[in-house]
Design a binder for this molecule. Structure first.
Ligand SMILES: [Zn+2]
Length: 363
């Protein structure tokens, strides 16, 4: 499975898609209301098939609702069902049931097998209308779902999930394997001792966002100035994520040139957030790994994940001795068993590499 994203040409016709997204938001809220009412009346959960049948009936009488394809309506019901199942399973861990959403903030609708058709070139038919998109890459494989997304700036994107039929063969070109440790100042520490520093724009961009968001919160709610400030803030975010993404692509290419197998610890985004309180950076790690995986697959390289419960920082990479505890502020420690001096990040990277190497499947 692969996700491809294309921007739609801006065109007056796009208002139909935006209307569909709004209608999807209205239907979503209606479904939530029905769920709540059903529960109040009968004291049990309304099952998905019943809801779908009921909504399909309502849709027949409601032209506004018909702006959303029947497939997308089913998708809304299924999404809500999924959210409820998650809530039933994990409510003790604090998972909340799905709630009403502001229609203005509703972002997308999704079609599965029907309701759209690719007409060749950069044209796609959605419902009864034909739209054009910036075809930045070929669409190979079978299209599984098509989602139309609205950004906070009101631009439309088409996101499609394709089943890529051909598995690329793994090509071993360098014969090298490496482990990596993520950090804030040093973005990646490699097990071979090399370091990749976070580029300066990481920090600058953080300041720019802070400033823009301060500007935004100072403006009067509902005013034109506030709307302008909001757009400015969103634009800042987008600029930054574009610059960052460029850098990620370059870095991923570089690393896949240097190594055949690349090992990382699985990320604990929530935990990192608590530790650093810097949302921008944490999310960036996840994004980087996605890009790296995509490039690795293309080039026939392998990305391996090591369970994050493995004590990569506390284990001596030289002899395997495990420390009782290691404070976050300690950057370097001497192993009591073999006396070797371990730099915190490099030591972790070496351990991640060793564990990764033992689990990597060489095909
Ligand atoms: Zn040791």
């Amino acid at each position: 499975m692969k996700t491809l994203k294309f921007k739609l040409y801006s065109h007056k016709r796009n208002r139909y898609l935006k209307r569909s997204i709004n209608a999807a938001g209205v239907i979503y809220n209606h479904c939530i209301a029905i769920h709540k009412r059903y529960y109040r009346m009968w004291g049990k959960h309304l099952n998905c098939a019943k809801l779908q049948a009921h909504i399909a009936k309502l849709r027949k009488r409601n032209p506004f609702w018909q702006q959303v394809g029947s497939q997308a309506v089913q998708d809304i019901c299924q999404r809500i069902e999924k959210a409820y199942q998650l809530f039933f399973k994990h409510n003790k861990k604090g998972v909340r049931p799905p709630e009403f959403k502001k229609v203005k903030k509703y972002k997308s609708f999704t079609l599965k097998q029907a309701g759209y058709k690719f007409l060749g070139g950069n044209r796609v038919k959605i419902g009864q209308k034909v739209y054009q998109f910036w075809k930045s890459r070929e669409i190979e494989g079978t299209v599984k779902t098509l989602t139309i997304k609205r950004t906070p700036l009101g631009e439309l994107f088409m996101v499609i999930v394709v089943d890529d039929a051909v598995e690329p063969e793994i090509r071993f070109t360098t014969g090298r394997i490496a482990g990596f440790d993520f950090g804030l100042k040093t973005f990646l520490t490699c097990s071979d001792g090399s370091k990749i520093e976070s580029p300066q724009f990481f920090k600058q961009s953080l300041n720019a966002i802070k400033k823009a968001s301060r500007q935004h919160s100072k403006k009067l709610k509902g005013s034109a100035n506030r709307e302008r400030a909001r757009k400015n803030l969103v634009r800042k975010y987008e600029d930054i994520s574009n610059t960052r993404r460029d850098w990620f692509w370059k870095l991923a290419h570089e690393l896949t040139l240097r190594f055949d197998v690349l090992c990382f610890e699985t990320l604990n985004l929530k935990g990192m957030q608590r530790l650093w309180g810097r949302k921008v950076c944490d999310l960036a790690f996840g994004e980087f790994l996605q890009i790296l995986e995509w490039i690795a697959k293309k080039k026939g390289k392998q990305v391996v994940y090591v369970d994050r419960w493995y004590p990569s920082s506390k284990t001596c990479s030289n002899c395997g001795h495990i420390l009782e505890n290691l404070d976050l502020s300690v950057r370097e420690w001497r192993c009591p068993s073999c006396q070797s001096v371990n730099g915190r990040d490099e030591n972790a990277a070496k351990n991640i590499c060793a564990v990764g190497a033992s689990t990597a499947q060489v095909r």
